[in-house]
Ligand binder design. Structure first.
Ligand SMILES: [Zn+2]
Ligand SMILES: [Zn+2]
Length: 243
């Protein structure tokens, strides 16, 4: 776990990052990694906020299993609600499955995706609708930014005061399309993970929208958080390649 900005800490796991956002008085977990990470995420939260501390909520940028995987057991352990955009709700309540992955693109992540399920976890009654025009549950100084494309109801979270962006899979900060980019985790702002992105037109529009925010930090689901990289983000928006 590493603090990147006041009240924002990244918890990296093998495949995806989770973020602890807020302070001891009110904090949330943003994204919950793959299944089986609940003990690791609980330990990180206890180290940061103290033993027995519970979040106000678990917020999900989207429902993919590498972001929602451990949300259910954590919500049970903490007895807190999970929030996700309305358009992600069917995937997390067993009513729909994501479209099949696009496995024709080159790259390491595509290779890995062969082993990923397109179904995700069923969170049942624990999951609630995150309204993008309402205050972010547990985080009064943050806002929800709708960033569809990677999935239909993908959202990012933005703190305007110091322009910190928690981006989920709207962008990545490592090149998942390249084997070496994945192995060395060389830091750069890249498009969303190819095999699992459902609508590239929307994905591009979302990147353009995020570029207008000129974030000071990009804290994404894959790759180490990047600082002072608004230039990299606008470059990605200008030269957006779709597979
Ligand atoms: Zn994803
Ligand atoms: Zn992901």
């Amino acid at each position: 776990m590493r603090e990147i900005a006041p009240g924002v800490a990244v918890v990296p796991t093998l495949i995806a990052n989770a973020y602890l956002v807020g302070d001891t008085a009110s904090w949330v977990l943003v994204d919950a990694c793959t299944p089986g990470n609940e003990a690791r995420l609980r330990r990180a939260a206890e180290r940061r906020f103290g033993r027995g501390s519970r979040p106000r909520a678990i917020l999900l940028t989207h429902g993919h299993f590498d972001h929602a995987g451990s949300a259910g057991p954590l919500a049970d352990a903490w007895n807190v609600p999970i929030y996700v955009h309305a358009r992600e709700l069917p995937y997390l309540t067993g009513k729909a499955t994501y479209p099949p992955f696009y496995l024709k693109s080159p790259g390491f992540f595509t290779m890995l995706a062969r082993f990923f399920p397109t179904t995700t976890v069923n969170l049942g009654a624990r999951v609630h609708v995150l309204a993008s025009d309402a205050p972010v549950p547990g985080l009064p100084d943050w806002e929800t930014i709708e960033t569809p494309g990677h999935t239909p109801g993908h959202v990012s979270f933005f703190r305007r005061r110091d322009r910190v962006l928690v981006a989920g899979d709207a962008v990545t900060t490592m090149d998942l399309d390249s084997f070496w980019g994945t192995v060395t985790k060389r830091k750069e702002v890249c498009r969303p993970p190819v095999p699992a992105t459902v609508n590239w037109k929307d994905a591009r529009r979302s990147v353009e929208l995020l570029a207008t925010l000129a974030p000071s930090w990009i804290a994404a689901g894959h790759g180490a958080p990047l600082h002072d990289t608004a230039g990299g983000l606008s470059q990605l928006a200008r030269n957006f390649r779709t597979p």
